[in-house]
Design a protein around this ligand. Structure first.
Ligand code: HMG
Ligand code: MG
Length: 299
C-alpha cells in the first residue's frame, strides 16, 4: 500500500495544557526538537489563549519565535479569538486552529460563549487569515459525548463541521474529548459527516480515557479517514473536561497504521527517544503501550 496517514502531533499543546508540572519554554522547545527528529511534520506548538485560563500555554508565541526554520514542518498555534489570532500572526505563524464544540455547555465552559458566537468570531478570524494566506484548521469537540450534556446528536456535529468548512477551514478535526466512545458510535458520526463532507477534509482526535482510541481510529480508517491527531507518550487532556485522560499516543497510532501498511514518515528510534525524554521530564508514567513494550524489550 502506498497510501499515507497524516499525523498531527498535538503533544506540545494538548499534551502539556493539562499537566500539573508546567514546562519552561526551553523544555517545550526540546520536546518539539525531539518530535521533528522523530519525523513529525505537523506539530501544534501551543495556544494563544488566556494565560489565566490555561497557564501551561503561556509564552506560546515566545516559543514559536524560537522554532527552527524548517520549510518541511508545518507548525501551528491554537487561537480561540481575534486577539489570539493577532498574537499568532505577529510571530509569522502560517497555520492556526480555531476550536468550538457540538455541545453548548462544553463551548461555554471552554471558551465562554455559545457555539453560534464562536462561529461568528471565527468567521471574522478566517477572513483575516485568508488575507494573510494563513491556513485555518477547525476543531469540533464532543463528537460523541459531552462531559456536561451526555450523548450528542451526530447531526449537531455535522452542522458545526459544515459551518467551519464553509467559512474556509481547510480541515476539521473531530474531538472525542472524553474518550467514552466505542467504534459503533464513531461509525455513526463519520457516516453522518461523510454524507455531506469529503473524507480528506476530516480528521480524528481521540482521547483514550476508556482505552478505546486505537479501536476508534481503526474504525475511522475503515471509513476513509486518513488524518489523526495524537500526542507523544499519550499526554493530554482538556482542563474543561474533568476526568478525561490523554490523547491516543503517537507511538500506538504509528504501530497501528504502519502494521496496516500506511506510510507515516516516522523515524521509530527517534520517536521512542522523544517518548522517553518527555516522560522523564514530566516524571510521568508513559501512557503508550507500544513505547513501554519497546523499552522493555531493549532492557
Ligand atoms: P473571556 O474571559 O470570555 O475573554 O475568555 P474576554 O474577551 O472577556 O477577555 C478576558 C481576559 O482574557 C482579558 O484580559 C483579555 O485580554 C484576555 P484581562 O483584561 O482580564 O487581563 N484574553 C486573552 N489573553 C490571551 N490570549 C487570548 C485572549 N483572549 C482574551 N486569545 C477565552 C475567552 C477564549 C480567552 C478563554 O475562555 C480562554 O482562554 N479559554 C481557554 C480555552 C482552552 O485553551 N481550552 C483548551 C483547548 S481546547 C481542547 O483541548 C479541545 C481539543 O483538544 C479537542 C478535543 O479534545 O475535543 C482542541
Ligand atoms: Mg484534545
Amino acid at each position: 500500500m502506498d497510501e499515507s496517514i497524516k499525523i498531527v502531533e498535538v503533544g506540545p499543546r494538548d499534551g502539556l495544557q493539562n499537566e500539573k508540572h508546567h514546562l519552561t519554554v526551553p523544555q517545550r522547545m526540546a520536546l518539539i526538537e525531539d518530535l521533528i527528529q522523530a519525523g513529525l511534520r505537523h506539530i501544534e506548538v501551543g495556544s494563544c489563549v488566556s494565560p489565566k485560563w490555561v497557564p501551561q500555554m503561556a509564552n506560546s508565541t515566545e516559543l514559536f519565535q524560537q522554532l527552527p526554520k524548517r520549510n518541511d514542518v508545518q507548525f501551528s498555534l491554537l487561537t480561540p479569538n481575534i486577539k489570539g489570532f493577532q498574537a499568532a500572526q505577529a510571530v509569522n505563524c502560517k497555520e492556526v486552529a480555531v476550536f468550538t464544540a457540538a455541545s453548548q455547555s462544553f463551548t461555554h465552559k471552554n471558551i465562554n460563549c455559545t457555539i453560534e458566537e464562536s462561529l461568528e468570531n471565527f468567521s471574522e478570524l478566517i477572513q483575516l487569515a485568508k488575507q494573510q494566506h494563513i491556513l485555518v484548521r477547525g476543531y469540533v469537540s464532543c463528537m460523541v459525548d459531552c462531559p456536561y450534556e451526555g450523548a450528542i446528536d451526530p447531526q449537531h456535529v455535522v452542522k458545526v463541521v459544515k459551518a467551519l468548512l464553509d467559512m474556509g477551514c481547510y480541515e476539521v478535526s473531530l474531538g472525542e474529548t472524553i474518550g467514552t466512545a466505542t467504534p459503533d458510535r464513531i461509525k455513526k458520526v463519520w457516516e453522518a459527516c461523510l454524507a455531506e463532507v469529503p473524507a480528506d477534509q476530516l480528521a480524528g482526535h481521540f482521547h483514550n480515557t476508556y482505552g478505546m482510541a486505537i479501536a476508534n481510529i481503526h474504525q475511522s480508517i475503515l471509513q476513509g479517514i486518513r488524518t489523526f491527531d495524537s500526542s507523544i507518550a499519550g499526554l493530554g487532556g482538556c482542563p474543561y473536561a474533568k476526568g478525561a485522560s490523554g490523547n491516543v499516543s503517537t507511538e500506538d497510532l504509528f504501530y497501528l497504521v504502519s502494521q496496516m501498511g500506511f506510510e507515516t514518515g516516522i523515524n521509530l528510534p527517534a520517536l521512542m527517544q522523544a517518548s522517553k525524554n518527555i516522560s522523564e521530564v514530566l516524571h510521568r508514567t508513559n501512557q503508550s503501550h507500544y513505547a513501554n513494550a519497546y523499552w522493555q524489550q531493549c532492557n
